[in-house]
Design a binder for this molecule. Structure first.
Ligand SMILES: NC(=O)C1=CN([C@@H]2O[C@H](COP(=O)(O)OP(=O)(O)OC[C@H]3O[C@@H](n4cnc5c(N)ncnc54)[C@H](OP(=O)(O)O)[C@@H]3O)[C@@H](O)[C@H]2O)C=CC1
Ligand SMILES: O=C(O)C1=N[C@H](C(=O)O)C[C@H](O)C1
Length: 257
């Protein structure tokens, strides 16, 4: 199995290269952002800037780069018929729609978080939301990440919001998001889903989902201590997606949840 890695010089890209080897797969190569300085590359890694060339040289491509690259990368995967594992966060609705369209031509695993524990958390969040009436239990999602993270709220926080909304028989868009409260915000809306994002230090990833009612609170927290958990999950998804029919899959499909 030849695995190509988009964004191979990044925090995740470097770990994905290591985990590809650890899984016994062949590293087909990797891309860097066009114009990026070459000295940032890990020594000895085969590197290019052309995503179509990487797709053509790979049985599966794993992409942890930036939301802005997702559309072009998904299109390249579709045009070359290369399965794609997509982990970038912060995609707009239009970028997600482009990924879904590409998935009609090639299989794509798109997941906000490749850690097994987070995917169990998402399933439990949906069940909790279904059991706790939205009129009484305010749902708030708090996440913390390292100071380099460029998007907020995190993709995982948004996925948790979507899981809560699904449990309540609605969508996140219909329920409404409350984030970045500051100043005279007015009282909290009923049934909306709140988001708060903390940034600092080198926190790998922490997410808490709180249901707050007048007489009780219940919360669940997931903490990642090593981003390798995402890399092993993504390589697992790459091995799983090879040979699948075109379609948009999630990590819960990979894990059989
Ligand atoms: N789904 C999940 O489980 C996880 C998702 N993520 C997400 O993955 C993404 C990357 O995270 P992380 O590795 O920490 O970030 P980094 O900034 O360390 O790495 C991203 C890399 O991608 C490069 N890049 C940007 N655009 C392109 C492009 N068009 N082609 C090739 N390379 C490109 C960047 O280059 P340059 O620096 O030169 O711009 C950088 O080297 C983020 O969106 C993050 O939220 C992270 C961890 C887990
Ligand atoms: O940027 C990160 O680091 C992470 N991003 C993902 C997200 O936005 O949810 C997954 C994980 O939390 C780490």
């Amino acid at each position: 199995m030849r695995i190509g890695i988009a964004g191979i010089a990044g925090r995740m890209g470097r770990l994905l290269a290591e985990e590809t080897a650890a899984a016994g797969a062949t590293l087909a190569g990797g891309t860097i952002r066009p114009g990026a300085p070459l000295e940032t590359l890990p020594a000895g890694l085969p590197v290019m800037t052309d995503i179509v060339a990487l797709c053509a040289a790979s049985d599966v491509v794993i992409d942890f780069t930036h939301a802005h690259a997702a559309r072009a990368h998904a299109l390249a995967a579709a045009e070359t018929g290369t399965p794609l594992v997509l982990g970038s966060s912060g995609l707009t609705a239009a970028e997600e729609a482009a990924v879904a369209e590409a998935a009609q031509r090639t299989p794509i695993v798109y997941a906000a978080n490749f850690a097994p524990g987070v995917n169990l958390f998402l399933a439990v969040a949906e069940r909790m939301a279904a059991a706790l009436p939205a009129a009484q239990y305010d749902a708030e999602i708090v996440e913390m990440h390292h100071r380099q993270k460029v998007d907020a709220p995190s993709g995982t926080a948004v996925a948790l919001g979507r899981a809560v909304a699904a449990g309540r028989g609605t969508t996140l868009e219909e329920a409404g998001r409350e984030s970045g409260r500051d100043g005279h915000t007015g009282a909290r809306g009923t049934g909306t889903i709140g988001f708060a994002a903390l940034r600092g230090g080198q926190v790998v990833g922490e997410h808490t989902l709180l249901f707050a009612a007048a007489s009780e609170h219940i919360s669940l927290t997931h903490q990642s201590f090593d981003r390798r958990v995402y890399a092993t999950g993504a390589v697992r998804a790459a091995l799983w997606v090879s040979g699948r029919a075109p379609g948009l899959y999630g990590m819960r499909d990979v894990l059989g949840m």
